[in-house]
Design a protein around this ligand. Sequence first.
Ligand SMILES: O=C(O)c1cc(=O)[nH]c(=O)n1[C@@H]1O[C@H](COP(=O)(O)O)[C@@H](O)[C@H]1O
Length: 273
Amino acid sequence: MTTQQLHEQILQKKSFLCVGLDPDLEKMPQHLLETEDPIFEFNKAIIDATHDLTVGYKPNTAFFEAYGIKGWMSLQKTINYINENYPDIFTIADAKRGDIGNTSSMYAKAFFEDLNFDSVTVAPYMGKDSVEPFLAFENKHTIMLALTSNEGAFDFQTLNTGGKELYKQVLETSKTWKNSENLMYVVGATKAEYFAEIRKIVPDSFLLVPGIGAQGGSLSEVCKYGMNDKIGLLVNSARAIIYASKGTDFAEKAREQALKVQLEMAEIIDSKF
Ligand SMILES: O=C(O)c1cc(=O)[nH]c(=O)n1[C@@H]1O[C@H](COP(=O)(O)O)[C@@H](O)[C@H]1O
């Protein structure tokens, strides 16, 4: 998918919501645990209930890998289900990969070719040759961690390195890499006050913004400082949507929560564009 197609979908749906698919058997409704593949059944129900309100789905691979080979098969079924039934929706494999070049190439193949995700999250710590193999794929996107939503973001990312905070150096340097137009960046919603500075360095890039909902970030603050003239945001929420209810009405309640966020987004889009 191209960023232009993503932008068009955002305008059409009046949404820049990305629903996080972080399936946890302990938080799922009891009746699903009796099915053959509870993780897939859970995801499928959430996807069917929210697809018109969201422009992206972000399965976090940890929540699948934790269940071994069965979990990986549920991930494959989930991405295939989205690609077959809702092919316009942008998909993110939240795997936070990155390694020496030949290893990164294999990670890229796993997520872009084998599983056919539109994008994958990547950590920048190992530098240029660990990220460029992901960037080589046409119409696929590499979403690099810039300033994350957690408390530990202040351990390294905001450290002053040669007169500049490390996350700013990461953003600036990444722009010089081959095929850097295929980069997007993760910026936590809990760090809204940093968005203006980030937009000075990457004015046109899409930002994946996790941290509204369960982590307490503010959608309106993120939009105030982070939106560009093409919107340029994908705001992720997982737990606050997918675990809105533990009963048989879980998908319906997930839709209600997604709708609340989408309506807020529509209002913001209407007021700005
Ligand atoms: O890369 C991510 O998606 C990510 C980066 C970040 O800085 N913070 C963050 O919460 N995430 C992920 O976004 C999701 C947030 O989930 P909720 O807090 O339940 O909405 C989880 O899958 C996290 O792993």
